[in-house]
Structures are given as C-alpha cells and as structure tokens.
Design a protein around this ligand. Sequence first.
Ligand code: GUN
Length: 280
Amino acid sequence: MAAIIDGKTISLQIKDELKQKAAEMKKQGINVTLAVIQVGDNPASCVYVRNKKKGCEYIGIGSLSYELPEETTQQELLDLIQELNGRKDVNGILVQLPLPSHIDEDTVIRAIDPKKDVDGFHPQSVGALCIGQPGFVSCTPAGIIQLLKRSGIEIAGKECVVLGRSNIVGKPMSLLLLRENATVTIAHSRTKELKEVTSRADILIVAIGKPKMITRDYVKPGAVVIDVGINRDADNKLCGDVDFEDVEPICSAITPVPGGVGPMTIAMLLNNCIESVNLQ
Ligand code: GUN
C-alpha cells in the first residue's frame, strides 16, 4: 500500500501561507496584481483561467482579466503585453496557452517582461533556472518539488527519471531535481528499453500525455511515482499517465489524478506572484 500524496491538502497549506504573506505586504502598502490574458475560448483554458482568478481572490491579491476574441491579431496581443509590461500596478503577466494557430507562442512569451513572467516560460527565466540564478520557475515542476519536500521525501542522491521532455514540465523538472542534488535521467518517446530506464527510478515523474500508459512493469517496487498527466479514459473519467490501480500496490508513494499535481500548479503560480515583488 502506497502513501497517497495529497496535492489538494498541500496546495491549500501553501495558499494559506501565501494569504498571510499577502496580508503582511498589504499592511506595508504593497498590493500584488496578476494580469491574466486568454485569447479565444478553449474550454480547458476557460477552466484554468477561472481557477487562477479564484486563487488570486483566495490569497487576497488582485487579478486583471483580459478575455480576447479568437480573431485577436498577434500585434494586438503584443500591444497589450507592452502596456502591461509598463504598468507599475501589474506584477505578473500570464498568457494562457495554447494560443490560436495564427499567433506565434514563442514571440508572445518573449514579449513578456522577464520580471513579470510568473509562468516562468521566458527564455531568460529558463536560462536563469539552468545556471542557478534567481528567476521565475515553471509552476508545475516547482509544485512537484513542493509535493515531494512537504511529504518528507528526500531528493538528494536519488535516482530520478523524468518521462517527458516538454518545455513546460519535463525540461524544467529535470533542472529542478538536479538543483536538489538528484541523479537525473530524462526519458521520452524515442528512449530505447524504456521499461528498463524507468525501473531504475527511486522517484519517477511521468509527463508523457498518454492515458494510463505506465503500468507496474515500468516501476521499481518501493518507488515514488508522480503523475503529471490529465487525460480522459474510455468512460470519460479523468485519469493520469499512470495506471493508478495497477501501480499503487507496489510503490511507496503516488499522486492521484485528480488531486495530485494539478492543484499545485496554481499554488505555485500564486507563489510566483508574491515573489515577483522581490524581483521587481
Ligand atoms: N496551458 C497549460 N498549462 C499552462 C500553464 O501552466 N500556463 C499557461 N500560461 N498556459 C498553460
């Protein structure tokens, strides 16, 4: 029987800590505000954006919401980002991804002032993470580090395998684990003998985007398994990239889906908003 790593409870703990910090900052006259931009009405993005705004409300910081139509031009979006970059009353700028296909995501991410890049997606933020300098860290991987630490799971010296190499999760996850002194392997769709590689992991982080792909034959008995996937199974039920029922009996700790990694992403976004004041 594995310990279930409860992301809902841990994220609430973090949000309550941030609520206190926000209140202390308010007393000193510091009001933190996040600007959230959404282009179009992708249903998943609508849910994420709504939850981000609710999170701001919960910890007591301001949020500005820009819900732009699908036809918004790239230039119009860049003009809005420029305006927000220049506003002293805006601390964080978040552009919800994906963007419509006529807008180039890289150009948009580069336009955000790195001092306001609370998503941690700007090349300058990624570069700073890579060489251990101060900057914003991508929220989902930062949340996973918190899940591990707050569950009392030691990272230093451990064999960590990150399955997936996306810019948002896999790559920054590997860098963060390295910063915590783990031995890190990045595996992906082209990795040979994948089961052998993942079975080396003391801590296995799965962000591959394939529903229930990871069964117990990919997992070393006693390993810690972190599931970043959010998918729908054949019955339209939410499921991860890990086959929870199959893997849970043989690992030492595991995150459920939903209620594992998911809630941590917003908690860490809010943390970045509070921290933004120190970088500005
Ligand atoms: N789309 C999916 N995840 C994210 C995220 O963490 N930030 C943004 N901006 N867009 C996303």
